[in-house]
Design a protein around this ligand. Structure first.
Ligand SMILES: CC(C)(COP(=O)(O)OP(=O)(O)OC[C@H]1O[C@@H](n2cnc3c(N)ncnc32)[C@H](O)[C@@H]1OP(=O)(O)O)[C@@H](O)C(=O)NCCC(=O)NCCS
Length: 200
């Protein structure tokens, strides 16, 4: 068995990426027990980036399995416009606003399908790219997060993008420590971080 490597996303990785999203979806911890629909969380946080921006998606994988991904967009404004026009309408049909009992993790995801985040103009102008990164527990703290970030940042530089931001839950101290260690600057109370696209 060869060591895992960071490589560009391939269409055959989609299901594994959705599964990783679920297994890291509770502020970095496993959210499997919180959801009755195992794919819904991926439709919010991973699927749209794989569909719209596959050239900026990277995975860490061996020949058998995918153990982590980074997905993102070079242009948050364009991404949010595309979400409203293309990605969200069919999902809103499939998941009406009352599809799940209020207060459940699935209901929270459905809420985001019907009322997605709208990034503040100052943030998307100053730090136009954004991303999400998740690795399974057995892949964490082995340097793969840094390697995924370097692949993603290089793809942004190739697209002429100089700065990037990321959101992280205040209930995820590991994520915050990672971004701090990689030289991100705190833009908003440790929940929004930004940096240049120079290598980390
Ligand atoms: C957060 C995450 C992406 C980091 O990736 P990783 O592969 O574990 O991190 P790396 O091994 O590449 O570490 C890079 C640096 O960050 C530091 N770091 C990473 N995780 C850390 C943690 N939990 N606490 C403190 N430092 C941490 C490492 O010490 C390392 O520093 P060094 O290079 O000086 O030694 C990964 O742990 C993960 O997917 N966690 C669960 C999902 C999640 O929280 N995603 C982020 C949501 S915003």
């Amino acid at each position: 068995m060869s060591d895992p490597v960071v490589r560009p996303f391939q269409p055959g990785d989609i299901d594994a990426c959705y599964e990783i999203c679920l297994r890291t979806g509770d502020h970095g911890a496993d959210a499997t027990a919180l959801h009755t629909d195992p794919r819904l969380i991926g439709e919010v946080w991973v699927g749209p980036y794989l569909k719209r921006w596959p050239e900026h998606a990277f995975v860490v994988a061996d020949e058998r399995t995918v153990g982590g991904y980074v997905v993102g967009t070079p242009d948050t404004v364009e991404h949010e416009q595309w979400l409203q026009k293309e990605w969200l309408p069919p999902l809103r049909e499939r998941y009406p606003i009352d599809a799940f009992p209020p207060g459940t993790a699935d209901a929270d995801c459905v809420q985001l399908l019907h009322h997605p985040y709208e990034t503040d103009d100052r943030l998307s102008l100053g730090w136009p790219a954004h991303f999400h990164i998740d690795l399974l527990p057995e892949m964490q703290r082995r340097g793969y997060g840094r390697a995924l970030m370097n692949a993603f940042l290089a793809s942004l530089r190739s697209a002429g993008v100089a700065t990037v931001h990321v959101g992280v839950s205040s209930a995820n101290p590991g994520g915050i420590a990672f971004y701090r260690r990689l030289g991100f600057q705190d833009l908003h109370g440790e929940t929004i971080w930004g940096r240049t696209t120079d290598p980390v």
